[in-house]
Design a protein around this ligand. Sequence first.
Ligand SMILES: C[S@@+](CC[C@H](N)C(=O)[O-])C[C@H]1O[C@@H](n2cnc3c(N)ncnc32)[C@H](O)[C@@H]1O
Length: 284
Amino acid sequence: MSDATAGEYLWEGERVARWLAQAHGLDRQLTPVSDLLFAAAALGSGERVLDVGCGHGPTTRRAASEVGPYGRITGLDVSSDMIAAAEEIEVSSQAATIDWVHADVTGWEAPYAHDSVISRFGVMFFADPVAAFSSLAAATVPGGRLCMAVWGRREASDLFEVPYQAAAATLDELGLRFEEPPADGGPYSLSDRDASTGLLEAAGWSDVGWSPHEVALPVGGGVSPEEAGAISLDFGPARLITPEAPSVRQQVVDAITDAYRGHLNSDGHVVLGGQVVVITARRA
Ligand SMILES: C[S@@+](CC[C@H](N)C(=O)[O-])C[C@H]1O[C@@H](n2cnc3c(N)ncnc32)[C@H](O)[C@@H]1O
């Protein structure tokens, strides 16, 4: 990954503000991913669960409901703004207590050992993945479980590829050069089975399981092509290659909106496929 591209994946400032501004729609868009994650995690009543890279906490609160009042949950994120947003949202009185932690997981020392670690797309951005997954192993009881949802390679998901190809074609037509972002960096950094298995084993995890799924994702939580187009340059590979110039951005957005019109459900909402891999492991 180039330095410029790596900077795009830092979870701070404006990037976090953009995520939080869309949190409601993103939660609905990613509910099918949560369903896969929680089915695989099979959390039991009373468990102590760590949700890593929890963001504003949608999966943390769901874990708290699943384990019930005798469980305990840690929601950990490197972004203070994400944790502040998480703390504002009410949790059911029937749910486990949640400890919200603002920290980089790498080097974080847990105050107690967790029975399981879960994550929805919060584990692909570590600067030193072996160190981060070693910290997670140290935060888990021997035999404890790790269960995380990650993206497959970029081109395996129309969610990324449809806007990316529309943006790339527009820039080509305008004669503007761009560097193709890596299809296995940033959000896709755990998309290679052998590499991911090797790094988890090096970090103290065993019995690594790999389960790819094709899911249908309602863009923006269920919106029209125009609304989906309007948010299409907030995240993803199309954003990375599109220059700031407003006239160029508008042409790219128009092209993406047009491409979205070919992917509507019966409600007229944009729905795109995503390849999600559920990776599971056990603390050695
Ligand atoms: C794509 S967001 C996912 C947020 C949330 N899990 C969700 O599904 O809504 C990735 C999250 O991982 C967090 N993150 C990235 N690197 C981290 C690290 N080293 N330690 C803790 N959290 C991290 C980011 O701050 C961000 O909130």
